[in-house]
Design a protein around this ligand. Structure first.
Ligand code: SAM
Length: 230
């Protein structure tokens, strides 16, 4: 899989993707990740990528020319899917991460800043608009890092143990969030690990985890069980 991120804050996008599981996947070549400074495709000598909004209003709008030039160059005549990070997009969820991860191929991710991006970019270049949640961030580099992290960890071999992604919250066919987990010591400041987890009895452990999953889903995410979101 090849992923290019276009942003005016390359360091912001790159930092979280250089560590841990995603950093290792990149180092091992499981994903070919490029993080680019959009200003490298600016058309004037001041490397300007924004301008005042037509129609008035606060803030600045990101100009179309750098996005068009950058996408053309990064695509290089090949096939690439272009994703814009925007709070106006489809809400990002684990099922979408699974879809993008399984599809592989070449992704070019556009990050906005200020008021947003000239809409001609959306109309002519973008295949999918993705929001990481119903809130507004200052820039798309943070959102792109979240998006890329979620789908790279699902690439074959990225996680040490494939069961991690099969048995977690929002796993395929799973409407529940994961059960609580514990590690050593068995007792800490008077708080003990549930006895069943120390029993070595796989059937009882499975049952306990399922019950806790249902309990926690009902408390924290009733919407997943068809109820109202808390
Ligand atoms: N004026 C825009 C609006 O009201 O929809 C918000 C622009 S926001 C301040 C600047 C940039 O941050 C956006 O262009 C987008 O790239 C990114 N961004 C902010 N919130 C986001 C979210 N929830 N999901 C994805 N990207 C987001």
């Amino acid at each position: 899989m090849k992923i290019d991120i276009l942003t005016i804050f390359p360091k912001v996008a790159l930092a979280p993707l250089s560590e841990s599981i995603v950093g290792r996947a990149v180092a091992e070549g499981k994903v070919d990740l490029g993080v680019h400074d959009l200003r490298d495709w600016a058309v004037d000598k001041h490397r300007r990528v924004d301008d005042e909004p037509y129609g008035g209003g606060p803030g600045m709008v990101m100009k179309p020319e750098p996005f068009f030039a950058a996408v053309r160059e990064l695509r290089g005549g090949g096939d690439a899917k272009v994703v814009l990070m925007t709070p106006q997009g489809r809400r990002f969820e684990q099922a979408m991460a699974r879809g993008y991860s399984a599809a592989g191929g070449h992704l070019i991710i556009l990050c906005g800043h200020y008021e947003g991006v000239d809409h001609r970019v959306v109309e002519a270049l973008v295949d999918d608009e993705v929001s990481i949640g119903d809130y507004v961030l200052t820039n798309g580099a943070v959102a792109a890092a979240v998006f890329v992290d979620a789908l790279v960890r699902l690439l074959p071999g990225a996680l040490g143990d494939e069961r991690s992604s099969e048995e977690e919250s929002f796993a395929e066919g799973e409407a529940l969030i994961e059960a609580p987990c514990y590690t050593r010591p068995p007792e800490f400041e008077g708080m003990v690990v549930p006895e069943v987890l120390l029993s070595g009895h796989h059937g009882r452990i499975r049952e306990w985890r399922h019950e806790r999953s249902v309990e926690r889903t009902r408390a924290n995410r009733p919407d997943l069980l068809g109820g109202q979101r808390g």
